[in-house]
Write a protein that binds this ligand. Structure first.
Ligand SMILES: C[S@@+](CC[C@H](N)C(=O)[O-])C[C@H]1O[C@@H](n2cnc3c(N)ncnc32)[C@H](O)[C@@H]1O
Length: 250
């Protein structure tokens, strides 16, 4: 595996997007490379806004901990919060002894403890995204950052393992997945996957009085990453994955 460094790719750039796409296409055969690369890329995005060494970072819905590990590698005090034991143990056991089994709606954390509250690809898995965002804002200190990214429903990848057939409806997509693979899909719409849209999410975060939007852009696009998210309708299909960086207001 070629060495992955946090300086390897300019963001946004074609080279970076191509590398992420290649890793993503091989996610099933080489998940380590895919998530290591994604974690390096995402943590570098955070590091553009805050000096990480010594900072307290909480990774909500952090799965098996690639992002927590990468924050630690870059000198932050990072903690993993994950409600699903199977996700936590997906690499054969929790990657950190201090990982916490906890739901993002109700974090066992005091108000304002985190310099950075981070969540990658979790929002589309919660039934009530606004409450989830409120809890992220609650645990972030005034002036601290919230990193929030999610795959929106009308993205070509919105249906996750059933994509792109979700465009024909969640039930049909799920039935097709079962027919083709002989297995049940991991995600069921309305249970552990929810249609989240770009427009309403942007309106929600812009309307909140506890956060200020620092960045709203496509997480992966090499060009026009911010412009795409400004075009109603088009953005629902083209953004692919929305990245929001929010600053907690005092
Ligand atoms: C697609 S995985 C993302 C894992 C990792 N953050 C990443 O980007 O690779 C979605 C994660 O969200 C977690 N999750 C689902 N509901 C949650 C909730 N209410 N609070 C916190 N995490 C949740 C799942 O257990 C799962 O680990």
């Amino acid at each position: 595996m070629p060495e992955i460094t946090e300086r390897a790719f300019k963001d946004p750039s074609l080279k970076r997007s191509a590398a992420l796409l290649r890793a993503f296409l091989r996610e099933q055969s080489n998940p380590e490379r895919c998530y290591t690369l994604l974690a390096r890329d995402s943590v570098a995005q955070v590091a553009r806004h805050i000096d990480l060494p010594g900072k307290i970072v909480v990774d909500i819905g952090g799965g098996s901990g690639h992002f927590t590990e990468e924050f630690r590698r870059r000198g932050a005090q990072s903690y993993l919060f994950e409600p699903d034991l199977r996700e936590l143990n997906a690499r054969g056991g929790p990657v950190t002894e201090d990982a916490v089994l906890a739901d993002g709606y109700l974090l066992p954390l005091a108000d304002g403890v985190a310099d950075v509250c981070f969540s990658s690809n979790v929002l589309e898995h919660v039934a009530d995204p606004q409450t989830f965002i409120s809890e992220m804002a609650r645990v972030t200190r005034p002036g601290g950052l919230i990193y929030l990214s999610f795959t929106n429903w009308l993205s070509p990848w919105g249906g996750h393992e059933c994509a792109p057939w979700h465009y024909l409806g969640a039930d049909r997509a799920r039935a097709r997945y079962r027919r083709r693979t002989g297995r049940e899909a991991k995600h069921t719409v309305g249970e552990n996957l929810f249609p989240v849209h770009i427009g309403p999410t942007l309106r929600h975060v812009r309307g909140r009085d506890d956060v200020q939007v620092v960045t709203a852009r496509s997480r992966y696009w090499p060009f026009f990453a911010s412009t795409i998210t400004r075009v109603p309708g088009f953005r629902e299909i083209a953004t692919w994955n929305l990245l929001l960086i929010l600053r907690r207001r005092p």
